[in-house]
Design a binder for this molecule. Structure first.
Ligand code: MIC
Ligand code: SF4
Length: 643
């Protein structure tokens, strides 16, 4: 039986284990990426590991999230990131260069390479045929130190594309269609690999839109083959030498196949408050809209911006709303300026934002109270926009631009003929905002700038055999990392300061949580299915750990959050019998004997005298890491042992 692209890349990087679905394996990581909101913690951890220079082929530190500089904090963090990168062999992408995923796709991602990034949308690089996965910052730090990355062999789901997209329908509608079918946890334990005759009709940035938002299905990653379209894109970026042919064999042996006929798709939207709540725009109807935002790592390529420019050309946006546009990179902006399309965008009344994440993560441009905001982004979790009662719809650039003109949610097919979009044969290449690291001699004495916003890493002791405390909080299904550790302009600047940021844990769910956790000396969190979906932010584990959380007991976990809990010594447990979720009330006193974590685990509810059996998916190595108090003390002990 032939191999999928996924399997080919994994087998070429295998360090430990064997290919069989569910097996734990370790793979060599070629490239890493961080962004500023997770990067400070990742580099503090890399420093704590004590390796002088990264061992990867390429490691890049981007600045794109914390770009509002309301005080010294974000600016100080950027100085730390710049200097720590220079010292340890890491390329630094300066603020203003663009969004990490768009930049990486344009300039650095390579077919056939493995990559992990401390951002859940790292799979964007799957659009160019790189096996790219989101991970916690500590896992990225370990990969930079040369450690292999451990995953369970995923199921490989082949997504067979046929036909070609009709006018006004775009790549965003392909991934929205997949989300409509599989919802926000349908991808857990899977890689979505695209193949079939429809693939060649999609450009690399189109493919990247699809692999980017594949993250919202909970999958390990998504990937496209590397074909003639990939080669042409790399040539246009002046890096044809990075191309390699990489396609699934004829009988690739996918574990499952999903068919999508591109020609049958229509403009879709994900409705509030879940990327999985997808419906055709025409069915949702013409609801009044107060804000439209075009940009984010999902839809900020040159093509996306050209669509916006073509729709807006010679028109004025509706009076009832404001429109923001943030391009993904300086390359995109330079093209729009040179072609005059930036003028079309500006003249229509757009508020131009810098090339960064911006409103996607609540860094400015929060919508008004009770507003409907229509965005080309990938997440619409409640409150993420910065306005708790706003309703966010996720759409393509075509739908967003049409809506900006009419003031109501609009199916762009109503605008008549679709514009013809022409992309350049050669992109403007200007890498002057990537700073190369110092050579080894200069690096060894280079100073690292640490402003007062950078607090030292907290240290955690090994885990005891018995965990005791109250059930501090009981939550339902699909709790996101935005619920656990909110982002936004107020909280994000505290990412380098765990004692400070821990005060905001679960703030929107229960503002008393952090205080109660501290007063009780810690305790437990009880939850439903898909706990921890969404981002890779390890702060959603690290800050609860700081507050004394001992175990999280749920019906099921999202992948990256599960790994982060293990990394920071919070025991991730699931109910053997899902109905036992009902037997715990908030405030109940709980005792869990974990021992070495390798035998039967029973939860005793001391308050009502009931018992429930708990299970976990931990490997013996995970159990060891947890018992050691987390991955940082564990890896330091390993490296010392090897020395
Ligand atoms: C997000 O989109 O939620 C983020 C902000 O990019 C996060 C990373 C973070 O919280 O810093 C992600 O997706 O991993
Ligand atoms: Fe930035 Fe939004 Fe993409 Fe996260 S999803 S990396 S916040 S643009």
């Amino acid at each position: 039986m032939g191999s999928s692209v996924t399997r080919k890349i994994i087998e070429a990087h295998l360090v430990e284990g064997q290919w069989a679905v569910g097996n734990e394996i370790a793979i060599r990581i070629d490239q890493t990426l961080t962004q500023d909101a997770t990067g400070t913690m990742a580099y503090l951890q890399f420093e704590a590991i004590g390796i002088p220079r990264v061992k990867t082929e390429l490691s890049v530190s981007y600045v794109d999230h914390n770009t509002l500089q309301g005080d010294f904090k974000n600016a100080d963090d950027h100085s730390y990131l710049r200097t720590v990168a220079a010292r340890h062999g890491i390329v630094f992408s300066r603020p203003g260069n663009g969004i990490c995923h768009q930049l990486h796709l344009e300039r650095l991602a390579r077919p056939g390479r493995t990559m992990i990034g401390s951002d859940s949308h790292t799979p964007t690089a799957g659009g160019i045929g790189s096996l790219a996965m989101g991970a916690g910052g500590l896992d990225v730090a370990c990969a930079m130190a040369g450690e292999p990355f451990r995953i369970k062999v995923p199921k490989v789901v082949g997504i067979r594309l046929t036909g070609a997209l009709p006018p006004w329908v775009s790549a965003k509608d392909v991934i929205l269609e997949l989300l409509r079918r599989v919802d926000v946890k349908g991808g857990v334990g899977k890689v979505f690999e695209y193949f079939g005759p429809g693939v060649k009709s999609l450009s690399v940035p189109d493919r990247a839109t699809i692999t980017n938002m594949g993250t919202e299905t909970g999958c390990t990653t998504s990937i496209f083959p590397s074909d003639a379209v990939t080669k042409a894109f790399l040539r246009a970026q002046g890096r044809e030498a990075h191309w390699m042919k990489l396609e699934a064999d004829k009988r690739a042996g996918f574990d499952e196949v999903i068919e999508i006929d591109l020609a049958a798709l229509e403009p879709l939207a994900a409705m509030p408050h879940s990327p999985g709540a997808v419906k055709p725009v025409r069915e949702i109807g013409k609801i009044p809209v107060q804000q439209v935002c075009i940009g984010s790592c999902t839809n900020s390529s040159l093509k996306d911006m050209k669509v916006a420019a073509a729709v807006l050309r010679g028109k004025t946006i509706a009076e009832s709303l404001h429109l923001t546009v943030s391009a993904g990179s300086r390359q995109v902006v330079e093209h729009l300026v040179a072609s005059g399309e930036m003028r079309d965008i500006v003249a229509a009344g757009t508020r131009i934002l810098e090339n960064a994440c911006g409103p996607c993560i609540g860094m400015g441009a929060a919508p008004p109270s009770g507003a409907v905001s229509v965005r080309t982004f990938n997440r619409n979790f409640e409150g993420r926009s910065g306005t708790k009662d706003a309703s966010v719809f996720l759409v393509s650039p075509e739908v967003a631009a049409a809506t900006a003109l009419t003031g109501v949610l609009t199916d762009p097919r109503e605008l008549g003929a679709a514009p013809a979009i022409k992309l350049p044969k050669r992109f403007f290449v200007n890498d002057n905002m990537f700073i190369q690291p110092l050579d080894e001699t200069a690096a060894s004495s280079a100073a690292i700038i640490r402003g007062p916003n950078i607090a030292p890493l907290p240290a955690f002791p090994p885990l005891p055999d018995v965990l005791e405390g109250p059930a501090l909080l009981k939550v339902g299904d699909n709790i996101t990392t935005d619920h656990i550790m909110p982002a936004g302009a107020k909280v994000l600047p505290l990412r380098s300061n765990i004692p400070e940021i821990s005060k905001y844990v679960f703030e929107a769910v229960d503002p008393t949580f952090a205080r109660r956790a501290r007063e009780a000396g810690g305790g437990f969190i009880v939850g439903g299915d898909n706990y921890g979906q969404g981002s890779s932010r390890e702060h959603a584990a690290l800050a609860p750990k700081y507050l004394g959380i001992k175990a999280v007991i749920v019906r099921s976990f999202a992948r990256i959050h599960l790994a982060n809990l293990i990394n920071f010594g919070i025991v991730p447990l699931t109910f053997k019998n899902p109905a036992d979720y009902d037997s715990i009330e908030p405030g109940d006193q709980i005792q869990v004997v974990i021992g070495s974590l390798l035998s039967r685990i029973v939860l005793r509810n001391v308050t009502d005298g009931t018992e429930a059996e708990l299970v976990h998916s931990l490997s013996p190595l995970d159990a060891q890491i947890l018992k050691a108090g987390g991955k940082l003390p564990w890896i330091k002990a390993q490296l010392e042992g090897r020395a």
